[in-house]
Design a protein around this ligand. Structure first.
Ligand SMILES: NC(=O)c1ccc[n+]([C@@H]2O[C@H](COP(=O)([O-])OP(=O)(O)OC[C@H]3O[C@@H](n4cnc5c(N)ncnc54)[C@H](O)[C@@H]3O)[C@@H](O)[C@H]2O)c1
Ligand SMILES: CCCCC/C=C\C=C\[C@H](O)C/C=C\C/C=C\CCCC(=O)O
Length: 280
């Protein structure tokens, strides 16, 4: 049971689509897992602010549907679906190459894919942690200013579970804590002035997406979650966050150029704040 006190540094995060900070309008974004849930909300928020968005996902049928839907709203020149499985290096390289072939550059990465699977822990780490590293390292090659890119920002989807123990899912928690460490280490990189790529992460609490909606006693057992009965009982009582709130936090991390190596905690629809870490 978590004790959630009012924190003095809660901030208001709302996307003003008409405000042009010069960091999103006309820029090129690559969003993994962009066909549903948080990734879809991030893609939508970026398109609203005038970015060109490449949606990278495994399911081509769903991907093409989402491409058509977004094209109707934001113009077909501004959206592209590309097939991508984040566990496969060739697939990630191909998806990022498709992005650069179509739009000539990458400025923003929504590095968002993640799953829950305590049973097949190697696969879970492969998707959640190695997948994030694979996408970030591959995008970096095209984004780094010192390698011919334009700099930019990579935002990794971690979780509150990476900061406080999600006691039902230690492997998931470990993968997300790994993402927080990866992000913070990049944020401290001594050659930032050369590469000019910021890296931040999002740490949302339970968010109302197909991922969370698919959880019930049977699926929790299938995924090897600890004490599934206890958590299945809790699930209907949890108030999930709106994915649009998480997308607004994402936009904040892109537009606030002072943030590098930061973790933005989305605790509820009204409680968003930056994580505070020990300084040495
Ligand atoms: N929903 C939450 O409560 C919550 C809270 C905190 C963090 N997160 C994190 O946010 C991210 C998005 O979560 P969501 O709730 O929108 O999930 P979701 O399952 O609804 O969407 C994730 C998408 O990623 C895709 N995907 C899975 N494996 C893939 C692979 N190998 N390659 C490419 N795509 C793959 C899925 O098919 C799906 O389309 C995840 O990293 C998740 O861990 C979610
Ligand atoms: C009711 C729990 C069902 C199992 C959920 C499993 C994974 C969810 C992953 C999301 O990323 C959730 C995000 C944050 C949860 C973080 C910490 C939970 C701490 C446990 C508690 O509430 O006491």
């Amino acid at each position: 049971m978590r004790l959630r006190l009012e924190h003095p540094s809660y901030k208001v995060c709302h996307t003003d689509a008409s405000k042009d900070t010069g960091l999103i309008h006309g820029k090129v974004a690559f969003v993994t897992g962009g066909t549903q849930g948080i990734g879809h909300a991030i893609a939508d928020a970026l398109l609203k602010k005038g970015a060109k968005v490449v949606i990278a996902a495994r399911d081509s049928d769903r991907g093409k549907e989402v491409e058509v839907d977004f094209a109707k709203l934001y113009g077909e020149e501004n959206v592209l679906f590309t097939k991508c499985d984040v566990t496969l290096t060739d697939s990630v390289e191909n998806a990022i190459k498709n992005t650069v072939d179509r739009y000539g550059r990458i400025d923003i990465v929504g590095n968002n894919v993640g799953i829950l699977n305590e049973k097949d822990y190697e696969y879970c780490i492969n998707v959640n942690l190695l997948g994030i590293i694979r996408v970030a390292n591959t995008a970096m090659k095209y984004m780094r200013k010192d390698r011919g890119g334009n700099g930019g920002v990579i935002i990794n989807s971690a979780s509150m579970a990476g900061l406080e123990p999600n006691d039902n899912s230690p492997v998931y928690s470990a993968s997300k804590a790994g993402i927080v460490g990866f992000t913070r280490a990049w944020g401290y990189s001594l050659d930032y002035d050369d590469h000019l790529v910021r890296m931040n992460c999002l740490c949302p609490d339970m968010t109302d997406t197909p991922f969370i909606r698919s959880l019930n006693l049977e699926t929790l057992k299938e995924k090897g979650v600890l004490q599934p009965e206890l958590f299945a009982e809790d699930l209907p009582h949890i108030k999930s966050i709106n994915p649009a709130t998480v997308a607004n936090a994402f936009i904040d991390l892109v537009e606030d150029e002072s943030k590098n190596g930061a973790a933005l905690l989305v605790e509820s629809d009204t409680k968003v704040r930056y994580g505070e870490f020990m300084e040495y």
